[in-house]
Design a protein around this ligand. Structure first.
Ligand SMILES: *[C@@H]1O[C@H](CO)[C@@H](O)[C@H](O)[C@H]1NC(C)=O
Ligand SMILES: *[C@@H]1O[C@H](CO)[C@@H](O)[C@H](O)[C@H]1NC(C)=O
Ligand SMILES: *[C@@H]1O[C@H](CO)[C@@H](O)[C@H](O)[C@H]1NC(C)=O
Ligand SMILES: *[C@@H]1O[C@H](CO)[C@@H](O)[C@H](O)[C@H]1NC(C)=O
Length: 394
């Protein structure tokens, strides 16, 4: 209960971020998308809270509306007094399409967004300026994330820096993914995924979106939302591509592909694994799975001394998890930054006993020609990373 009060007090003290515009900025302390971060501790907290709330009344709707809290400049988790869902102390979801915010922008609109109509109104995407012939980037945040939060901003910024134009959509499912309710958020990935699929299917039928040009990019818990979106198209027109960034593991099954992101969910599914152990999925999930530095527990740059040096100790527990996101964003700006190899003979993050053959590139350039598991090494620099050939032994 002390913890619960702590969270409520935070909720009460915070104010909701609700601006339709933001400054595109980039500073060192802004590098990591620090939403989603209270994630895994919350499973424990969720269990404690769920027990203590078992006998509480059915809540009023407003106690489930998340508040976005600003903890420091760049850490903005969304938390709520109660979760939306089907539990006794949950607020009922009603029409889930009311809980999926789709914030759309492109090169011309720059840093202004249009909230796309999710209630299936013919012509609404087109009216908003959505262009069917362009590739559509759809970013799905993770647990406690916010659509237009730090990670969405960084994806957007990276794609806007490219010469070609895209439809860019930041998905806001914070109503269904608010902290500290991890268990409920994990359950809600199914609802968020099928709702997003339903919306995309409708606007595909109206001729406003080409599903083969849709690329879902998703962090952690968001990866399963993408998976459930893709599963919906089972056999019919598939989603073009899903990129999973260190998909969340807690509460998702190892082998049952119908209950998590899998290679059946899109024409091409690629996954970047950066946090070995309990946080990330311990097995390969996609057509192509990438293991930077062996996918090890501590990614270069996330060691305590580097973090201390850069005053980033607050993110120490999650740094490696977020490196998946960092790798992807960097690859949008520098597509050939991360050459990959099938050689998996790695020790402490360095290749050993193999001749490195460059088999392609991780991230932006990955495509259907890549099948299987791929490896690479990178140095500790968060901006410039590349294979360390000099460490390769034959
Ligand atoms: C969250 O729920 C509230 C209340 O139902 C709704 O007004 C709001 O639009 C929802 N947010 C998003 C991003 O869908
Ligand atoms: C729906 O998406 C599919 C797959 O990309 C595409 O071939 C089709 O033309 C789209 N439907 C319409 C009506 O535009
Ligand atoms: C796919 O990637 C491979 C390896 O990077 C590249 O050689 C090939 O041209 C790419 N194919 C397409 C269709 O982009
Ligand atoms: C990381 O590797 C790149 C490419 O090899 C190199 O240019 C850069 O200086 C390295 N950075 C650090 C901090 O070692």
């Amino acid at each position: 209960m002390v913890l619960y009060c702590f969270l409520l007090c935070l909720v009460q003290r915070s104010s909701q971020i609700n601006n339709n515009r933001f400054q595109l900025q980039r500073s060192f302390s802004d590098l990591l998308p620090q939403e989603d971060t209270i994630g895994y501790f919350s499973i424990l907290l969720d269990n404690i809270l769920s027990n203590s709330m078992r006998n509480m009344n059915t809540p009023k709707g407003e106690s489930c509306i998340p508040r976005v809290i600003t903890l420091g400049n760049n850490y903005t988790p969304a938390i709520s007094e109660r979760p939306f869902g089907n539990c006794p102390y949950c607020c009922s979801i009603g029409n889930p399409a009311n809980h999926i915010g789709l914030y759309f922008t492109n090169k011309q609109k720059r840093n202004t967004f249009t909230r796309l109509e999710t209630l299936k109104i013919r012509g609404a995407f087109k009216l908003a300026g959505f262009k069917k012939d362009l590739f559509t980037i759809i970013y799905i945040h993770g647990f406690t994330g916010v659509g237009k939060g730090p990670s969405g901003k960084r994806i957007l910024e990276a794609y806007l820096s490219r010469t070609e134009n895209y439809n860019i959509i930041l998905v806001d499912w914070k109503n269904l993914s608010a902290g500290p309710w991890y268990n409920q958020a994990a359950t809600n990935t199914r609802i968020a995924g099928s709702t997003l699929a339903d919306i995309l299917e409708f606007y595909n039928k109206t001729g406003e979106i080409d599903l083969s040009k849709v690329h879902l990019i998703d962090m952690s818990l968001g990866a399963h939302v993408a998976g459930f979106t893709g599963k919906h198209f089972n056999g019919r027109h598939k989603i073009g591509r899903i990129t999973g960034l260190d998909p969340a593991f807690p509460l998702f099954p190892l082998t049952d592909t119908s209950q998590r992101l899998s290679k059946f969910d899109a024409d091409f599914v690629d996954v970047i694994h950066t946090n070995g152990g309990i946080l990330r999925f311990p097995t390969s999930l996609g057509h192509a799975d990438f293991y930077p530095n062996g996918g090890g527990t501590v990614q270069p740059g996330c060691d305590l001394s580097t973090l201390a040096e850069n005053k980033l100790m607050n993110i120490a527990a999650f740094c490696s998890h977020y490196m998946a996101f960092e790798f992807y964003v960097e690859s949008v700006r520098k597509p050939t930054a991360f050459p990959i190899s099938r050689c998996k003979d790695m020790h402490n993050g360095y290749f050993e006993n193999c001749i490195i053959m460059i088999n392609g590139f991780m991230g932006f350039l990955a495509n259907k020609s890549l099948l299987g598991d791929f490896y690479l090494t990178s140095n500790g620099s968060w901006f410039i990373k590349s294979i360390k050939k000099k460490h390769v032994k034959r």
